[in-house]
Structure formats: C-alpha cells, structure tokens
Unconditional design. Structure first.
Length: 581
C-alpha cells in the first residue's frame, strides 16, 4: 500500500546545569531522577526494539548542557548512590507495610527495589555508565536523529547581543559534535522561541538583525521545530528556487532565491515543512501537530490523565515512592486508589493502538484532501515519559512498534524527512514561543524583568573583554574561557522560567545571582594588568572544576558582531527599544 504521509516523534531532553549545585529538593537530583525514570528506560525501550528487529525512527533533542552532565563521571558516580539509596528506601517500605498488615501496599512496594536494581544494572552493564555513548550508537545505526540546541538553553530572542546568540549556538553545536561524532542536522530552539529579522540600533547606528534562521544556517543546521501557531500564523511568501537536492544526512544546494507565487499571503500548515524567511533553501521548520499533541498533553483528554495510570503527585511520606493511581481527575490526593499495574499495562496497549490509528487517519485525510504527502511532527518533552507519566515509555515503545509496521505511514526522523521531502515554499514566521500566550511573557514579566538588564550588561562586558584581549594565552585565556562559561550559565532560560512558575523560585534566583557574581569576578581578573596571586589562582581552579561544561569553549566566539560586515548575521532583541513580548 502506498504511503500517504510521514511521521516523526521529536523528544526534547533538557535539564539546567545542576552539577554540584544542591541535591534535594532542587539541584543535582533532578539529573539523577531523570536518568532513573526517563533516560535509562527510554534507552532500554529503544535497544529492545532494535534487538527485535523493529525498524523504528525517532528524533531526540539532547541539549548540550544536558549531554555535558550525562557524560560527567561525577554525575554517574552520584547516580549510582541515588539508585541504590532509593532501592533501600523501597525495601524498608516492604518491611513497614508487612508489619502493619497492609498486604496490597506491601506487594506494590516489592516491585520498587527490583525496578531500581534493573535500572542500575542497565546503566552500569548494558550501557557501561555511558548514556551519551548509548544514544550515539543508536544514531550511528541510523535510527536516531540527535538534535542539538543552544549551549545552556539560553532564551535567544531576549538576548541583547549578536555575539551571545552566536556563542550559545556555536558552543552548543561544537559540544554536540564532540559527544556524538557528527555535525547535527536538527536543532531545538530553546523554549521553541523564535525571532524574525528586525532593525535595531548599535552604538547609535541602525543595523539589520536577521532572523534566528541565519544563525542556524551559519552552523549548517537544516531543520528546527516550532509551536503550532507559529506556522499557522505565518505567511507563505513564495517558492524557493535553485538546485535544492535532498540527500540523507544533509542537504546539497546551490544558492536559492524566492520566486513569489499566487500563494503569497496564505497561512502555513503543520502538515508541511517550509524554508524559513532569511534562509530559503537552507533552513527548514517543522511545526508541532496540534491534534497529536493534544492527545498526550491535554488535561481534558490526554492519555496520562487516565484513571489507571500511576499518580505522580501523591508520594509515600517515608520513602517518596508512588503507590497510587490517578483514579479520577477530580479526586483529591487523599482519595487516590491504589495502583494496579496489570490494568495500567492494558491501558498502555489500548492508547498506543489508538495513537497509531490517529496518525494514519490524519495523514490519510490530508493526502485525500490535498493530493500530496503530509508530515506530522509530534513534539514533547522527553521527561514527560517515565517521569511525569510513569507508563509513558511503555506507551512510546508501543507506538514506535506500531508505526514501524504501518502500511500507510512513512516512519522517519526529522533530518531524513527534510532530506526526502524538502520544502518547496518559504514561510515568514512570527515572533513566538511555546510559553503561555505564545509570546515571551513566561520569561519576561514583572517578576523577571530585573534579570534582563543584568544579562545584557554581562553580554556587552564579554564583548569588551574579547576586544581588549583578542589573542590571550595561558592564565588569561583560561580566565576568559571561564568567564564565557559563566555567561552561558547565567543566560539559561531555566532561571526566569522557575521564577515565573514558582517551582523553585528561590533556588533559581540564587543560581542566577551566583553565576552573575562569578562572571563579574572572573571578568575583573581577566581584565587586570597584574598576574594572578595564589588566592586568585585557587579561585579560577575552583570555578573550572565546579562549572566545568564545554571544555572546548573559545571566548573569542563572543567578539562583537552587531551589524559588522563579513560576519554571519545574528540578532539583538531589545536593542531597538524596550523588551516587550
């Protein structure tokens, strides 16, 4: 049977830099928890599919700062302690429930030590403690497209200097290439936040600030992902003409130009990829399909809210283990019934089958109505699966197995879809994100407005340091590189997000201020005429060990770029006026 459309899952994996930055309730345990509940179970599911001979395909974004942490030996050592500790806590629950005569809770508790033991065995034996290497092997086998991102998930539209946008993306791409052995083709823009071209002022001179796609083109990134309304609210401006040839693993092309057509002004659709604004024939966008997205995300009818699934929010007061199920959407935590694993697994199979049929139906309908191949990009946070939705990994594995055997759906990863089905239209995208209201207000609001002038001041300070020391070596180069690391960590979108949502407000403020203080102290030392004394050398060494991501970082990447000729264009949101979402 002929294929009517193409499908890819896009899983976005990200955690802020938490190495040696607290444990519980906020800090490095975020990484340990995600390893145990999401990353190792996901890898187990994918390796199992491969061993079964299932021709699955998947796009997984691993942000560079997450990959740095997963590859860090200290994180691995601490994770082993974490998993063994949780297993012992669950074992104590078994004894406690046995003594209390609570046989149902006892039987549920008996599952947990074995579960943690299997996770630890997979981490240590199946994957050799090298999760980055495990993902890389799946990539090299041809199943997995590993997408990169900005280095520390910096919120690119609100950064004030071209150098910072470039530094975030270039450092991120270089880190991903080092970890995974090949240049990435796909990129997840942090928070799905996009900014088109605009005019701005730099030192009193009006300069053109190209859209983010120009930065992606400079890094030879071929496809990024956007929120549904970004594409549906965008306008098709014509066709890209030129020799654009799709090849798996990349795109060969000659320079493309836009040929206006009758379709000018038409809105976009999530069922098609598009070339984007300033980079026709170079950078494509795939938007998240709303119907498949709601089937998982929707609080009203998404799968994770089914009453049979394990309740995330109710934990045992002694061990923190979860022994209850959702039961009903309106039930209070005190009324949650006990978990029934067999019934939950039945629901997993039913929901996986439903999703496969939904994808087939949507693509079939689009093909019948438009006479062309449609594309569905289903984008989710990876941590939804296994962590927030305990049965989510099992569901995902079921869907991958089902779609791999579909007679009508071409199952591929994002890079392959763009290579085999290159866009034929150019779209102008509006400024947007996947935050509340589709704008920047989750990251820029009354609670976070104080942060951005500090970030912008640090950006300009970094440019000044590069200008003053363009060819530094030795200790001064180490200082400047560490200063750049602290700037990246300062720019993480997680800090304003956690403040806005209230999930870890005080922790986020403390982390932001800590990285700002370290940046400022390192900048002063880097700019000083005299050499470091012993105390200052010790401080530099401590910072290099404590905040150690991106060993290949190059401070020169933060040279001023705003409006400078012969430099690939980058952006400076806010330079033309006040930051306003």
């Amino acid at each position: 049977m002929a294929k009517t459309g193409a499908f890819t899952f896009v899983l976005h994996s990200h955690l802020p830099y938490a190495r040696r930055a607290g444990m519980w309730p906020h800090g490095e345990e975020w990484v340990h928890e995600a390893i145990a509940e999401t990353y190792v179970p996901l890898l187990n599911a994918l390796y199992d599919l491969s061993e079964e001979g299932v021709p699955w395909a998947l796009t997984v974004g691993l942000t560079p700062i997450l990959a740095e942490q997963l590859a860090d030996p200290l994180i691995g050592e601490h994770f082993r302690t974490y998993a063994a500790e949780r297993a012992s806590w669950a074992a104590a629950d078994v004894d406690r429930f046995e003594a209390a005569g609570e046989s149902e809770l006892r039987d549920l508790a008996r599952r947990e030590p074995h579960w943690y033991a299997r996770i630890l065995s997979s981490f240590t034996d199946r994957f050799g403690g090298d999760l980055v290497g495990a993902f890389r092997a799946l990539q090299d086998a041809g199943n997995l497209d590993i997408a990169t991102s900005a280095a520390t998930h910096g919120y690119l539209p609100l950064l004030s200097r071209d150098s910072s946008v470039h530094g975030q993306l270039h450092t991120g791409v270089r880190a991903s290439t080092r970890h995974f052995g090949r240049s990435p083709q796909s990129v997840w823009l942090p928070e799905n936040a996009y900014r088109p071209a605009r005019e701005a002022t730099n030192h009193g001179v009006v300069v053109h600030r190209p859209g983010l796609e120009s930065f992606l083109a400079e890094e030879r990134l071929r496809v990024f992902f956007s929120e549904t309304l970004t594409v549906e609210d965008g306008a098709v401006v014509g066709k890209a003409i030129g020799d654009v040839i799709g090849v798996y693993g990349g795109l060969r092309r000659t320079p493309a130009r836009i040929e206006p057509g009758a379709e000018v002004g038409e809105p976009g659709t999530t069922y098609q990829p598009y070339w984007v604004g300033d980079a026709p024939g170079e950078v494509a966008v795939l938007a998240r399909n709303n119907r498949t997205g709601l089937q998982v995300w929707s609080a009203a009818y998404g799968y994770p809210g089914d009453g049979a699934y394990r309740e995330f929010h109710k934990k045992d007061t002694n061990s923190g283990m979860r022994y209850w199920r959702v039961g009903g959407r309106d039930l209070g935590l005190g009324d949650k019934p006990l978990y029934e694993p067999a019934i939950a697994q039945e629901r997993v199979r039913s929901h996986a089958d439903h999703y496969v049929h939904l994808v087939e139906e949507l693509l079939g309908t689009y093909h019948a109505e438009h006479g062309r191949t449609g594309v569905i990009s289903a984008a989710y946070d990876t941590e939804l699966f296994g962590h927030w939705w305990a049965e989510g990994i099992d569901w995902l594995q079921g869907v991958l197995r089902g779609l791999a055997h579909s007679e009508t759906v071409e199952f591929a990863n994002a890079a392959r879809i763009i290579a085999l089905h290159p866009p034929d239209q150019v779209l102008n995208l509006p400024e947007s994100s996947w935050g509340n209201n589709g704008d920047h207000s989750t990251w820029l609001n009354d609670e976070t407005a104080w942060m951005w002038p500090l970030i912008h001041g640090a950006e300009r300070r970094m440019e000044e340091l590069v200008a003053a020391h363009p060819r530094a070596g030795g200790e001064r180069e180490r200082l400047l590189n560490q200063t750049a690391r602290e700037l990246l960590l300062l720019q993480s979108s997680d800090w304003p997000f956690l403040i806005t949502t209230g999930q870890a407000k005080e922790y986020a403020i403390e982390r932001f201020q800590t990285h700002l203080e370290r940046f400022e102290r390192l900048a002063r030392l880097a700019d000083a005429a005299e050499p470091l004394n012993e105390e200052q050398r010790a401080f530099l060494a401590e910072m290099e060990e404590r905040d150690n991501p991106f060993p290949a970082i190059n401070y020169r990447d933060w040279a001023e770029r705003q409006g400078i000729a012969n430099v690939a264009p980058v952006g400076e949101p806010g330079a033309a006026g006040p930051l306003n979402p």
